[in-house]
Design a protein around this ligand. Structure first.
Ligand code: MG
Ligand code: ZN
Length: 232
């Protein structure tokens, strides 16, 4: 494919990656709803996608329906497949001096656990990005297992638009200073808010459709093996 970036990935770049369906191969929330047969959760999903409710209300409602014993929940999470080449992409960013953060409108409960499964150390919602040699910074909603279902709480300062629980545009504003270019990777509804504010997009799925509709240029997002090739 060759490099799609001019200049190629390097110092001064900030790479922001979605988690669900981008680093994880499936959307974790949707996978829960499917595997646990949560009909009512799909109704919330449709209302959110239709713009009727915000993702905070949607997420909190859906995860409250996940009432598995903790060990079963964790076993289910550990069974969900991840892109095996994401760590190599982190390594590439590190070598090139680019910054990287994971932005998710999902939950730290699984984002950090699943990244650990890939051998990556994470730090949660740091105000300043630490070097990648220390950890991969993740910005997500907070989820906690309780016997009555998973309880979700939201970062106060990331509630700036009605559509998002964890507004990725708000995090972009926090993380952008000092960077000359922002490269965004994503696949879904929670990426639409931030997508118009970045310089380079890699998109697939609903995000790609959205970019088409809005006339936003993007590169097709494939696996991280392909992303590595595309930015090198
Ligand atoms: Mg996604
Ligand atoms: Zn937003």
């Amino acid at each position: 494919m060759g490099c799609l970036l001019d200049p190629p990935l390097g110092a001064g770049d900030l790479v922001l990656s979605d988690f669900d369906g981008t680093i994880s191969l499936h959307d974790t929330g949707l996978e829960m709803m499917t595997r646990l047969n949560l009909e009512a959760a799909w109704e919330l999903e449709d209302r959110w996608r239709g713009g009727e409710i915000g993702s905070a209300e949607c997420l909190a409602g859906q995860w409250a329906m996940v009432t598995l014993p903790e060990a079963e929940l964790l076993a289910l999470l550990d069974d969900l497949p991840l892109d095996p080449d994401f760590p190599a992409f982190v390594q590439l960013c590190r070598e090139r001096g680019a910054d990287l953060a994971v932005l998710s409108d999902g939950l730290d409960l699984y984002v950090n656990r699943m990244l650990a499964r890939l051998g990556l150390r994470t730090c949660f919602r740091p105000e300043k990005l630490p070097p990648l040699s220390e950890c991969v910074a993740t910005y997500a909603n907070h989820g906690e297992w309780t016997p009555q279902g998973v309880r979700v709480s939201f970062a106060g300062d990331a509630r700036e638009c009605d559509a998002c629980g964890n507004c990725k545009s708000a995090w972009l504003r926090v993380l952008r200073p000092g960077h000359r270019r922002v490269i965004y990777l994503g696949d879904g509804y929670s990426d639409m808010c931030v997508a118009r504010h970045v310089e380079v997009r890699f998109a697939k799925g609903h995000l790609a459709e959205f970019c088409d509709q809005q006339g936003l240029a993007y590169h097709p997002l494939g696996s991280f093996a392909e992303v590595i090739e595309a930015v090198s």
